[in-house]
Design a protein around this ligand. Sequence first.
Ligand code: PAD
Ligand code: ZN
Length: 367
Amino acid sequence: MKAKAAILFAVGKKLDIRVVDVEPPRPGEVLIQMAAAGICHSDLHVMTGHLEAPLPVILGHEGSGVVAEVGPAVTSLKPGDHVIPLWRLSCGVCEYCSDGRPALCAEGLQIRKTGRLLDGSTRFKLNGMEIKHFAGVSSFSEYSVVPEKAAFKIPDDFPLDRAALLGCGVITGVGAVFHGARVKPGSSVAIFGSGGVGINVIQGAAIAGAEKIIAVDLLANKLEFARRFGATHTINAKEVDPVEAIRTLTDGRGVDYAFEVIGLPATIRQAYDSLSKRGMAIVVGVTPMTMEVSVPIMTLVFEERVLTGSIYGSSRPRIDIPMLINLYRAGKLKLDELLTRTYPFSQINEAYAALERGEGLRSIVTF
Ligand code: PAD
Ligand code: ZN
């Protein structure tokens, strides 16, 4: 079948909307008709070359849609099912899957690194040329084939535009709080970067019962959003030194948890420097893969500080997505306010330009 898809042909180029051939799903795969796709900074990192991916590729890893066709031997899904594609496929039986850490499964990493599905081939072609899948999702296409295990069924009456946001920004941010850091009620939290993912760390910290939630950003509009999503204090790092400001707000003690949701060595270091004794810095932001960060051994050892990371919210999507849906329905998780703009698919490059300019919180394209 034919589908319009946004292809990245080379680093530094804009996305090119072309009509591609989409092969039918093979055994254990499903064809999804995309309804919405989220505009996440991680795709932008691929466009700018900060994050590597085999090219040419159909980007997009946050999305939602309806199963259009199922391949042979598919048992858990049928045409018409509403689904969220999962950008880290997990086998379900390895050491990490068994331990509730499916984002660390090797199968998902294989798809991410090769840009091909598990049998080593792609379902997309342009004039006979192989086009790669991104993270096994490629939500910037009207139709995409994904492994059955990487499509999660959601209730038919759940709005598909809100559902798309759950697929990356929400599960990553809230998950980093619940499963990465395991934030305790009454604790203090600082969040560096109040964008589409960071804002979900903020609302996750509020849901977890953190007492002090300090949002850091360079943009006044993001800090305004941060307050609406539960930040008790905001710091504009353009105006003051955020580390000093966090120490002042915590009577010199530092915070229990500091999340870095930008992807810069300098802000990772700031997050670490903002910690209390035994505090934990959790890096969510993605930097170019060769970047390094250094921290003083003095505080690492004598203050028992922790520096770690969180991928895909350290989540268990099959448990966490229903939980997030419940939290939204209970009025505790803000999704309506998170979705600040909807673009037609044809305007996907404009949506990315707006992300780069720092407008809004999270936007989607619809098909
Ligand atoms: P975004 O562009 O919506 O948000 C980034 C925010 O950081 C913006 O509000 C900026 O104004 C702010 N910012 C930039 N520089 C600074 C600075 N020096 N000090 C303070 N604030 C600053 O992006 P996003 O929220 O979509 O993504 C954020 C990062 O998270 C990005 O690196 C993305 O690739 C990464 C990510 N990681 C995972 C994961 O699994 N670890 C998943 C999804 C996204
Ligand atoms: Zn993402």
